[in-house]
Design a protein around this ligand. Sequence first.
Ligand code: 0A1
Ligand code: ZN
Length: 872
Amino acid sequence: MTAQQPQAIYLEDYQAPAWLVTHTELDFELEEEQTLVRARLSIKSNPESGGKRQPLVLNGHEDMELLRLSIDSQVLDSGDYRREGELLTIANVPDQFVLECVTRLLPHENTALEGLYKSDGMFCTQCEAEGFRRITFFPDRPDVMSIFKTTLTAEKSRYPILLSNGNPVASGEESDGRHWVTWEDPWPKPAYLFALVAGDLEVLEDRYLTASGREVRLQIFAERKDLDKLEYAMESLKKAMRWDEEVYGREYDLDIYMIVAVDFFNMGAMENKGLNIFNTSCVLAHPKTTTDAGFQRVEGVVAHEYFHNWSGNRVTCRDWFQLSLKEGFTVFRDAEFSADMNSRTVKRIEDVSLLRTAQFAEDAGPMAHPVRPESYIEISNFYTLTVYEKGAEVVRMVHALLGPELFRKGSDLYFERHDGEAVTTDDFVKAMEDASGRDLTQFRRWYSQAGTPRLNVTDSYDEASGEYQLHISQSCPPSPGQEHKQPYHLPLAFGLLGMDGTELRSGVLEVTAEEESFRFTGLNERPVPSLLRGFSAPVKLEYDYSDAQLLMLLRHDTDGFNRWDAGQRLCIRLMQEQIDAYRPGAEPSVPDALLNAWSELLLDEQLDPAMLAQCLKLPSEAQLAELADTIDVVAIHEVRKGMRKVIAEALEQQWLAAYQRCDLKDVAYSPDAESIGRRSLKNLALGYLMSTGREPWLELARQQYEQSDNMTDQLSALTLVVHSPHRESADELLQNFYLQWQHEPLVMNQWLSVQASDPAEGALERVKQLSEHPVFDAWNPNKLRALIGGFCGQNPIHFHNESGEGYAWLADWILHLDRQNPQVASRLLTPLTRWKRYDAARSALMQKQLQRMMDTPELSADVYEVVSKSLV
Ligand code: 0A1
Ligand code: ZN
């Protein structure tokens, strides 16, 4: 909590650290009521920080109790140093010295889940971005890299497992039932990568032989009850290790790689050196309790954290403005890994859908920032879709501009040149330039300019000469602090198709100017352009397609992504027309041309079911909202629902046939890409069948609920029934599901989410009741995300109910949570920040809640930053 208004930090103020910490020795006495931390830091002045000796300034959280401080064994008294806010300053220090410091922590009272805290009885840590300063006084910035040696001492019966980074080098027992283990990590690292775990844990063990023939011990730790849910993560880890050797030439560099599953965690997972800590939701997987999406998340997150070992740990960030250096690159790496392990096109469709809905919305909102932000008040607020997902798109564009070979050369050079260093996004681009000989000066604007660029494309064709031209103009709307944008350098992958679907040309255009034209000769007919194939740049592309052209692309484009995109464009256009003309009770319509095209797709048994399922999904309400000038939640919801019903009824027999064709009855569950694709089409078909409202399909859903052997099918059926007007069945299945799964916390999160997103009347009352239910736990971020996030993010018609009660409920929660866990409070706040996008009445009500928060004294820096920027 901060008494005065939190201050912003600026990239332009960056200065190299005055002091370096070469070695850090930590001793933890872990006890029930307190933890004592003895830190021994070997400190020397930084020759690169420029001449004159500066005072030693350390970071330390205000709540942390300082028991003793000494320099070279000389105890300091309170006159020798100054403690002010988060800073501890010692004016006079020698050029090189050992600082010893004893702090007292209260992990059991740590509800923010930053620093050292307890999750279900085990000790664990979260130090990124600035959690280490809650453990001891330290120059807590990523460009101070140190070799860590850590000793943990705790009661053996309660905490038989004691883990930290690196390799265990010594251990022993004490006479009073306590034991200790010492860990040494030979690789210098910033404090944000420090971790410890102490608990009564079970372990799944395996081994991995690296390309150069070193054996690595792999261990995944979890509570005893979850031991049967670790195999998939282990398989994913081994695949990721192999992939990084093959695709990037990167090997693992310690003797042990450990993952620990914890139930209380603010984010998805954390890449601490050699000791990853994971939210249970991103590591546990079992067919009975985990959906296909859950399996894929585990595979992706395990790989993401593993890949950080090079892109993040061996080469780290100079400062937090460079966060995308590790996150954008690592997301690109994990996305390519997942694409290689599963269906490449489907993975791309999923990622682009997220970008287009949530990241584009962020770019258009009050918290919009460049991939490399220029200032922040609280860095935790910048673990955003822009830094992660748009950052990955930027790396993907480098890959597209350079081609795979030169990109690999660039990445090799980057890792070689900067191994063991803390660097900037500019260093990354420079390595790519030096390896390829390409000039990426203009390309760097992707890092410095915020907002989603628009590409407007028109074309012309001269029949006599057979010449075709594409005219491209680009612009980018203003964003906070950036009124005018310079043109971007981007790869525009394209194809030119004949009206019968033949591909006449394909390639990649490099767009650099505000306006430019590209000429193609020797074309005997006017081609249809397939633009931005594979979503080759994170832009909004406008081209005035006719319905017939889009239908042709949907049928014939050789680029799978653009086939899907053509169908989406067609649906979006249709839906937008009806949303704009919406009157309560209006009957939505769907033109025959679209129904015929869908029918044809549904009957095509050659088509990959996963791809088919993507093509037959209507754009989400969130996507339609992002595209609207003023968001009309009711019209969007009703039009989408109505169109679904029309499509469901018109193609009822085809949906049933697809359902039956994809039913994997009698085959044991497997989370491979093909089976996942079949289940996704099957459950999509069941969804359409349920939309007809006809009784036999309710029976079919109930049957699937009862007979399925896996969570994907069971939860799909449950969701469809709960979100249908069949109230009695809904209540019955919810009760049944609860009784079956009440002892599985991750399944109970799903149970909460399904109800939180239920569009039936009375939703707010239901979520209020659920917040009193024994399975809900307001201290646990996963539960908060499931219930509060589920209602405010996945149930737009109720959250945005015109009474404003949804907004008030969210604000009540934020104010409550802000004192307990500011990071989670700040994240849950996102839907209210979008207030300017709604009609006058709703935006006034949303604004009122933001103002109410703003008027509350002692807001955390996290919530203060988001609220104050939203109100501008
Ligand atoms: N670096 C992690 C994400 C992460 C970021 C901040 C955290 O603090 C609460 C925790 C985790 C990743 O990218 O996986
Ligand atoms: Zn990451």
